[in-house]
Design a protein around this ligand. Structure first.
Ligand code: SAJ
Length: 454
């Protein structure tokens, strides 16, 4: 696919900037200017870290609402409390006009790489970001892609866009590296300043510049790869590894449910082995913008290259089925009491895809709610981290008048609800989709409790 250069005004601008001496171009060698494209849960913490390390930072985003929130120092949902407090202290220049990129010595692209409804990779946000970069990048600039991508995207998509739009040669006039983001939302231990990083590029100058940049940002030395494809593969492998391990324990959970074994106790016992075992835990599904998404990037690219990732695909199928399995467990509970699900009142506790955050992307709770509605259930939802999308606005409203609860997210707020509180609301049935409650205590109180695999 050829990407047409924009009007020759851009040409003239670039030639003008190309000939500007660095000092006029505000290209201070001491404090290089770094532009971050995409100010989400990856780009914003990175922009704040760059500013902390005395880079001149320009934040670029197409979301005017987000830009005004940043300008007015409002709370940003995708950031932790600590990051929000830090954000108030920072003075990052933000813009939606891509021409600011002409002033950057380095441009770091941190835009989402989701999948479409058919699980095919959706590179539209990334392509649009690269078109902005290609049409505004000036010679000598280092471009780093942090967005999660499969092997081949830099060589086959990004480089053609950058070169055709800018008229510049990657590896000679401009430089390109891939440094996959490794942000773990909600993690209080590992953050952008401490998470070790991997950098890959196809030429030594690009690799050298990117390694120098990231070594100036984080304490641990960057792991270097001399192929951009290998760097693209690293993140996909990390997250596919997690997905297949979760699928393994989810399959065990379904199997052990039939033979009366508590899979969580077995996994915890297996984890006493200090080597060659890494515990993962079953649940009502795998959500988020990484784990259930990234394997599809490799599955799709490998298929285009004549290989079928049957194992990765099966793991995705098992994990995608867990929300349905959770509703099956509830239906079996009702049937064993001689009741039907039709007309039942059920509250789903938790909408976010994982504990103590507000992100609902690919959350299993959506599919659980859909499946309950299909089976004729009246559904209420409550998530203290996602009130605006909760149908009940308080725990009291969520529990009053229903006799069945499904836990879809193991927020601390839900873990701390005592069995006595549930009992006081007349809750008779609990499906613990995150195995986060103390099973024995609920059974002692005569509440029908079923977890996932226990
Ligand atoms: N989940 C399980 N069982 C598990 C672990 C997770 O069902 O044993 C579910 C969670 O409930 C959630 C989904 O999987 O719905 C994803 O959970 P996650 O803990 O993997 O959280 P993410 O999606 O934020 O993953 C991030 C990833 N970080 C990056 O991609 C940069 C991932 O690589 C990390 O391994 C993960 O955080 C982490 O370790 O927490």
């Amino acid at each position: 696919m050829t990407y047409k250069k924009l009007t020759n005004i851009k040409e003239k601008k670039r030639i003008y900037y190309q000939n500007l001496p660095a000092v006029k171009f505000n290209r201070s060698v001491k404090n290089p200017t770094v532009a971050v494209v995409g100010l989400g849960y990856v780009g914003l913490p990175l922009a704040m870290l760059l500013e902390e390390k005395e880079y001149k930072v320009i934040g670029l985003d197409v979301d005017e609402k987000k830009l005004s929130q940043l300008k007015n120092k409002e709370h940003i949902d995708c950031l932790s409390e600590k990051e929000n407090n830090q954000l108030i202290q920072t003075e990052i220049e933000t813009a939606s006009d891509a021409s600011v990129l002409m002033r950057a010595d380095t441009v770091i692209v941190c835009v989402p790489t989701p999948v479409l409804a058919d699980h095919e990779p959706d590179l539209a946000p990334l392509k649009s970001a690269c078109l902005m970069v290609g049409n505004n990048v000036s010679p000598g600039t280092l471009v780093v892609i942090e967005s999660t991508i499969n092997p081949g995207v830099c060589d086959e998509v990004i480089i053609p866009i950058l070169e055709q739009c800018s008229g510049l040669k990657v590896g000679k006039d401009i430089f390109l590296a891939h440094c996959p983001e490794r942000i773990n939302p909600g993690d209080t231990k590992w953050d952008v300043s401490t998470i070790p990083r991997v950098v890959g590029a196809n030429d030594t100058e690009s690799l050298k510049r990117a390694t120098k940049l990231y070594n100036s940002l984080i304490g641990t030395p960057v792991a270097e790869l001399d192929s951009i494809k290998e760097a693209e593969a690293v993140k996909i492998v990390e997250n596919s590894f997690r997905d297949i391990n979760i699928a393994f324990v989810n399959e065990l959970a379904i199997s052990f449910d039939r033979i009366g074994i508590d899979v969580v106790k077995v996994i915890n016992a297996a984890a006493t082995k200090p080597f060659a075992f890494m515990p993962h835990f079953p649940g009502c599904g795998v959500g988020g913008h990484c784990i259930p998404v990234d394997p599809y990037y490799l599955i799709s690219y490998a298929a285009r290259n004549g290989f079928s990732h049957r194992f990765l695909s099966l793991a995705r199928e098992i994990n995608n089925n867990m929300p349905i399995y959770s509703v099956d467990v509830l239906e079996a509970m009702f049937h064993s009491a001689g009741k039907s699900l039709i007309g039942a009142d059920v509250t789903i506790l938790g909408l976010a895809y994982k504990k103590n955050i507000s992100d609902m992307r690919e959350s299993p709770a959506h599919m659980i709610k859909e499946e309950l509605l299909i089976r004729g259930v009246a559904v209420r939802t409550y998530d203290p981290h996602v009130r605006e999308y909760s149908s009940a606005k308080s725990l009291d409203e969520a529990l009053r008048g229903v006799d069945t609860v499904m836990i879809a997210t193991d927020h601390d707020e839900f873990r701390s609800i005592s069995p006595e509180v549930f009992k006081s609301y007349g809750i008779k049935n609990i499906i613990d989709g995150r195995n986060c409650l103390v099973k024995e205590k609920f059974i002692e109180l005569g509440i029908n409790y079923k977890g996932i695999g226990r």
